[in-house]
Design a protein around this ligand. Structure first.
Ligand SMILES: C[S@@+](CC[C@H](N)C(=O)[O-])C[C@H]1O[C@@H](n2cnc3c(N)ncnc32)[C@H](O)[C@@H]1O
Length: 274
């Protein structure tokens, strides 16, 4: 997501469909097409047994089709997610913000902040909030601490957001440090932890008793979180005061073909009061 703000400086919040993914699928499509073409040529120069050429050629052709379709799919998805296209990324973050029930005064932590889109949104919405936004900035997306800080500064909220490199698996804060904890589409990405529920528990650890939390992730992915009812029971057993579950994957603005499990087909919100 690239936008120009009032001072005409470029703000870049990135896109969940990274260009690396599109370039990789395009590169693979080219590779398989060349291989398919090369096999045909070899066969012309030196005839080989039918199966030795036709089977690999068929495999290369099918792989070419698959990679080309993947490239097109991710390209269109990127456009729809972007601010210049369908704005879906911003709308999905908006679903999280809509579920924050908080008076707006105190300390906030945004776990896995990317380029700081949500942190900046919260800083603008809550002038009384001081925000700690953390990420390990290592993934596919090209997000960085420098760009996050530049974004916050350009948006005029740099003074109230601290960006810090840290991992979601072990948050470098005392128990009960924050009045509000948020996290958007991060937990499923954390490879260091096998049981993703542990990441929710760790995020809740740093929230004050009576503080608020809103997390959005692939909570409908049973491999990661189990059944929704069971997940809610587990969270309640940790002693939170109130917890609610909202299936956000069926939001009207998300087209059906983006509701695949590896896109946003299993997203949901968990929010409540600790
Ligand atoms: C899909 S992006 C979402 C970014 C941001 N929350 C947003 O809504 O735009 C996933 C983010 O999770 C971060 N991430 C992945 N594993 C992490 C970890 N172990 N600790 C902290 N951040 C992590 C990535 O660096 C990336 O910024």
């Amino acid at each position: 997501m690239k936008m120009k703000n009032g001072s005409n400086r470029k703000v870049d919040y990135g896109n969940w469909v990274s260009t690396k993914l599109i370039v990789t699928t395009a590169g693979l499509a080219c590779f398989f097409w060349l291989l398919h073409f090369g096999l045909g040529r070899i066969h012309l120069l030196k005839p080989l047994p039918y199966l030795m050429v036709e089977v690999p050629k068929m495999f290369c052709y099918l792989s070419f089709i698959l990679c080309s379709a993947g490239c097109l799919y991710f390209g269109v998805a990127r456009l729809l997610f972007s601010e210049k296209g369908g704005k879906i990324q911003g709308k999905i973050v908006g679903l999280l913000v809509d579920h924050i029930a908080w008076n707006g005064k105190g300390r906030v932590v945004d776990i896995g902040c990317g380029n700081g889109y949500l942190a900046v949104l919260l800083a603008k919405k809550y002038p009384g909030a001081v925000i700690m936004a953390l990420d390990y900035w290592k993934g596919l997306w090209g997000y960085s601490q420098e760009q996050s800080e530049a974004n916050a500064k350009s948006e005029g909220v740099g003074g109230r957001i601290t960006f810090r490199r840290a991992g979601a698996a072990r948050l470098p804060f005392e128990d009960g440090t924050f009045d509000l904890a948020v996290s958007n589409l991060v937990f499923h990405e954390v490879s260091q932890v096998g049981d993703k529920k542990e990441l929710i528990k760790e995020a809740l650890r740093v929230v004050k008793k009576g503080g608020a939390f809103v997390f959005q992730d692939l909570f409908l992915a049973r491999n990661d979180y189990g059944r929704k009812e069971q997940l809610m029971e587990t969270i309640k057993s940790w002693g939170v005061e109130k917890v609610y579950f909202v299936d956000t994957s069926k939001s009207k603005f998300i087209p059906f073909w983006l509701r695949l499990p590896f896109m946003v087909g299993t997203i949901a919100l968990i929010y409540g009061v600790k």
